[in-house]
Structure formats: structure tokens, C-alpha cells
Design a protein around this ligand. Structure first.
Ligand code: 4AD
Ligand code: MG
Length: 442
């Protein structure tokens, strides 16, 4: 092969009319008479190559013709703009070097034909190579970058929380126990308690990391390991963090539309729905939500009648979200159904100063947050009521002894955000290697 410059498929438009070298894999191969149409992928995208039998050296033609799916190759060819091509360009292949040819006796297991979900999940390490899965992961990366930029640009300091912890944050039923030498530890369910400490040190902080919940439920929204971004702000009220949540979501959606439109197209997302996502978002109280749900039941749109006092289930969230074309913020749930650390509403102490943000189109809760309890005495009482080990919360209670201030924050599940923005049926496609009730391999 000659020495044309190495480039990537995503950059190929800069080389129209020139010879380039691409390093990647054979995605698919089509033959039509004396023409070969290999499709190459290189991680940044896919491009169709063209070879005419009478126009290239016989060994090049034969080498391409012999290629099996996912064989690794270095190809050289001339870039040609073509309006009909998906990325706008094709490659007239002139030379090829086969790095590894996948054997016919042990072919790549994922063929272009349809496979069942279980088979694909079992081959997740290979499934990631498909155009659709690669596009989803690019959108995921964009979402994470947009989230971090959003907070970094607004003076928040990233202070990550530990993953091994001595106590529960979000209730004891979904803890993963870990044997920590002679002590009992758990994988964290949320970094919140620790960023409350760092917010008292640094004012505006956030953490971003993996969180774990031993969710026994098999739903399309639950993972046992998921990534959460959690801002926490000293002196902020519930209203302040509702503003922050709507700002974050609109900014993330806007960045994805600006930078990942081609990937959203590959995924088949109806972007017109995302284009409507602009602040302000509707805000309704839990009480108003209950009224809407009861009306929905009376009209036959909901099977069971929602009783005041319960937590919202998936069908309830979906029903409420369908009433709006942008995320809806439901605030002031009954304290009974929420976590121990939430500040009671001074106007109605049975309600907590909390908010859940429900994504449109039935994607459910993507953000949960609240104003935190600032009183030492009440917090001790709540820890006892929830049957939590007081000893493990000693440090957390210190935050209410030494300069306690009102403060608020929330957590956004990255995978729920990816599922919604990409328009995916199930969260299993939102993370490279999902962990679920029945899935620990690969
Ligand atoms: O509502 P959650 O449980 O809130 C907390 O953990 C708070 N401590 C956060 C805070 O205030 N700093 O979880 C927050 C978000 C949910 O809205 C959802 O997006 C996501 O985390 N989430 C899950 N995502 C995937 N799989 C699961 N099992 C999830 N559980 C929660
Ligand atoms: Mg929640």
C-alpha cells in the first residue's frame, strides 16, 4: 500500500477527491455482478466502498471478495462525494491489508439478520459494534459531557462521593452488601449524603459516578448499577433546584440536537419531540397530580384509582407525562413515601419539599431531588423512625450541628436520560454493559 494520510470516517469530508487510509473492520459486503460494495466501519462511522473488477488489481478485488464480517482491515482509497450515500461520501477502494480475517468456520455471531434480545445481551461485547449501539453510546457520551459542562460552567466543583459506604441513603431494601474486612459495608445507592458535606465546604458541588441498587424488579427502567449526577447547593431552596433541573435538562437536550443529530437519526429518534424541550417546564403539586390521576381513572384512561398518599407508579407517571410536551415537575409528595432526609413543607408538614421530574413520552422519573432537612433534632428523629443505624450517621448529623443551612440538590440518572433522549424501549441499551436482576455477564 502507498502512504496516503490516515483519517477516520467521521473526518472523511475533509478529504473529498483525495486518497486516504482508513483502519477498521468490514461491517458488511454486497456483491453485484463485477462490483463489490464493502461497508467499512472504524468506530467513528460507516462508509461504503466500491470496487469494479476491471478497475482494481485482481489481488485487491479477490482479497475484498474473500472478506468475512468483522474482519479487521486497513483500506486505502479515494474519497468521492455521493449525495445518495448515507454519510455523503463513498470510497473507491484501491488497496487493502487484512489485519485479521475472521474464519468461516467460526464466523462473527451477530449476522445482519434479526436476533432475539437475550442472544444480543449475551453477546453485548460484540453487539456494541452495531451502528445503532455505537450511536447510542455516542449520545450517552455527549449527555455526560453536556452535564459536566453545565455544572463546570456555573461554578460547581466536582467532588465525588465514595462507592463503599457504611450506611443506606435511599432506604435499606435495595442495598448491595460488601464484606469490608471485618465490617459490613454497602455499595452506594447515591452520593448525596457526602456531597451535602462537600456543599457545606465548597458551596456548589456535584458528584458523578456509579450507584447501585439491588432492584428485584424487572422493568425497562431499572438497572442494578447506574450512573448518577448529583448537584448539591448550600442555601438553595426547592424552587432553586427546580430551576436548576430544568436548566440542566434543556441544556443537555440542546447539546445533543446540536452535536448528535446524525446519531439520533441512526437510532430513529423523532427529534421534533426533543426540539420542544425548553424551559420553563410545568410544575404541579403532588395533590394536583393525584387529582389528574383520579380524573384519568374516572375517564377510563387508568385501570386503578390512585389514592392520595401513595407513591406514583410507572403507569401513573406515564399518564401524567402524556399531558405535557416537556418534562413535568411534580413537587411536595407525602413525606411518608420519600427518603428520611427531606425537609418538611412548613405550610404542610405531612408533605416533603421534594420534586420528581418526569420525562415526556412515558420515560418516567429522570430526576429526584429535594430540600434537605436542616434541623438536627428532626433529623435524629427521622433516622430513628426509618430504623437506620444512628452510629453510621453521626458524621452526617454533624453537618446540622456546625453551621447548618438550608440546602438542596437532586440526582439525575444518566441511563434514564439516555433512554428518553434516544427514544429507547429499555434502559439495557443505554450503558455499555448493563447490570440487571438476571444479567451479570458479559
Ligand atoms: O430518586 P432517587 O432515588 O434519588 C436519589 O438517589 C437522591 N439521593 C438524589 C439526590 O437528591 N442527590 O434517584 C435519582 C435518579 C432517579 O430519578 C432516576 O433517574 C435514577 O436516579 N434511578 C435509576 N436509574 C436506573 N436504574 C435504577 N434502578 C434507578 N433508580 C434511580
Ligand atoms: Mg426517586
Amino acid at each position: 500500500m502507498t502512504q496516503s494520510p490516515v483519517t477516520t470516517i467521521s473526518e472523511i469530508g475533509k478529504h473529498d477527491g483525495q486518497s486516504v487510509t482508513l483502519r477498521g473492520w468490514l461491517y458488511n459486503l454486497r456483491e453485484s455482478g463485477k462490483l463489490l460494495f464493502p461497508i467499512f466501519r472504524d468506530g467513528s462511522g460507516v462508509i461504503q466502498g466500491v470496487l469494479a473488477k476491471n478497475a482494481v488489481a485482481a489481488e485487491v478485488f479477490d482479497a475484498v471478495k474473500s472478506l468475512t464480517q468483522e474482519s479487521s482491515v486497513i483500506v486505502e482509497g479515494k474519497v468521492r462525494a455521493d449525495k445518495r450515500a448515507p454519510g455523503g461520501f463513498e470510497l473507491d477502494v484501491a488497496a487493502i491489508e487484512i489485519v485479521q480475517r475472521v474464519s468461516e468456520s467460526d464466523p462473527y455471531p451477530i449476522s445482519p439478520k434479526e436476533h432475539g434480545v437475550e442472544f444480543l445481551m449475551e453477546h453485548r461485547h460484540l453487539w456494541l459494534r452495531s451502528s445503532r449501539q455505537s450511536s447510542i453510546l455516542r449520545v450517552r457520551a455527549e449527555i455526560i459531557k453536556a452535564v459536566r459542562d453545565f455544572f463546570d460552567d456555573r461554578g460547581f466543583v466536582l467532588t465525588d462521593s465514595p462507592i463503599l459506604t457504611p450506611a443506606a441513603c435511599e432506604g435499606t431494601s435495595t442495598l448491595f452488601p460488601v464484606d469490608y474486612f471485618d465490617e459490613q459495608a454497602y455499595l452506594t445507592q447515591s452520593g448525596q449524603l457526602y456531597i451535602e458535606a462537600s456543599a457545606m465546604a465548597l458551596g456548589k458541588v456535584y458528584s458523578f459516578g456509579p450507584t447501585f441498587r439491588a432492584e428485584k424488579s424487572k422493568t425497562r427502567r431499572h438497572l442494578t448499577e447506574f450512573w448518577m449526577v448529583e448537584p448539591e447547593v448550600a442555601y438553595a431552596t426547592l424552587d432553586d433546584i427546580m430551576d436548576l433541573a430544568e436548566g440542566l435538562i434543556s441544556s443537555v437536550v440542546k447539546k445533543c440536537l446540536e452535536r448528535r443529530r446524525a446519531d439520533l437519526d441512526v437510532i430513529g429518534r423523532d427529534v421534533s419531540k426533543l426540539e420542544k424541550i425548553e424551559a420553563p417546564f410545568p410544575r404541579i403539586t403532588y395533590d394536583a397530580a393525584v387529582q389528574m390521576l383520579q380524573e384519568g381513572h374516572a375517564q377510563g384512561a387508568l385501570e386503578s384509582k390512585f389514592e392520595w398518599g401513595g407513591d406514583l407508579g410507572s403507569p401513573d407517571e406515564t399518564y401524567l407525562a402524556q399531558k405535557f410536551d416537556r418534562p413535568v415537575m411534580v413537587h411536595r409528595y407525602p413525606a411518608k413515601v420519600k427518603a428520611f432526609y427531606m425537609e418538611p413543607d412548613p405550610k404542610n408538614p405531612a408533605a416533603a419539599l421534594c420534586v420528581d421530574v418526569l420525562a415526556p413520552e412515558g420515560y418516567g422519573e429522570i430526576i429526584g431531588g429535594s430540600q434537605r432537612m436542616s434541623s438536627y433534632e428532626l433529623l435524629v428523629q427521622r433516622i430513628r423512625e426509618h430504623g437506620l443505624p444512628e452510629e453510621a450517621f453521626k458524621w452526617y448529623l454533624d453537618l446540622r450541628k456546625y453551621g447548618s443551612v438550608p440546602h438542596s440538590g437532586f440526582g439525575m440518572g444518566i441511563e434514564r436520560a439516555v433512554a428518553w433522549i434516544c427514544g429507547l424501549e429499555h434502559v439495557r441499551e443505554t450503558i455499555p454493559f448493563p447490570r440487571m436482576l438476571n444479567r451479570l455477564y458479559p
